[in-house]
Ligand binder design. Structure first.
Ligand SMILES: [Fe+2]
Ligand SMILES: [Fe+2]
Length: 142
């Protein structure tokens, strides 16, 4: 498995969780459970992705900009999560903010998959792609 396949597979989990979340209502058990899963998934993913995908890209002039941009988006995603945690789950604002989060994350994932992976692909060796996948997955299964 290479790093791109590993990241893509977790992106798919995020998409499914967010779709399930926007279909929940009020302060239901399913909303709470899906939200907890999403929070864990997003924070583990962004940390492991920064360590085992963006860190090596920061070392290459061509991909520094891409890595910075992605890490800035991770921060914006964290802020929306915080906003959701501070909002009453039963209020209409919660769902509205959740939809904003979904929109932002979907944009981020698409940009990573359609643009950043291609650029990164040119600068990582095939050994590196496999090693990074192993390290990424080991951290995600902690
Ligand atoms: Fe990301
Ligand atoms: Fe990602």
């Amino acid at each position: 498995m290479d790093i791109f396949t590993a990241l893509r597979s977790d992106h798919e989990k995020q998409r499914l969780l967010m779709q399930a979340l926007v279909e929940t209502t009020g302060e239901s058990a399913s909303r709470k459970d899906f939200f907890n899963d999403l929070k864990t998934q997003l924070s583990q993913h962004s940390t492991a992705e920064e360590r085992y995908f963006y860190a090596p890209l920061m070392e290459v002039d061509d991909t520094v900009q891409v890595a910075r941009h992605a890490i800035a988006e991770h921060h914006e995603i964290d802020e929306l999560i915080e906003q959701l945690e501070q909002t009453e789950m039963s209020s209409p604002t919660w769902l509205k903010t959740m939809k904003d989060l979904k929109h932002k994350v979907l944009h981020h994932l698409a940009e990573e998959e359609k643009t950043f992976f291609q650029q990164a692909g040119k600068h990582l060796s095939s050994t590196q792609k496999t090693e990074l996948a192993n390290q990424y997955q080991a951290e995600m299964s902690n």
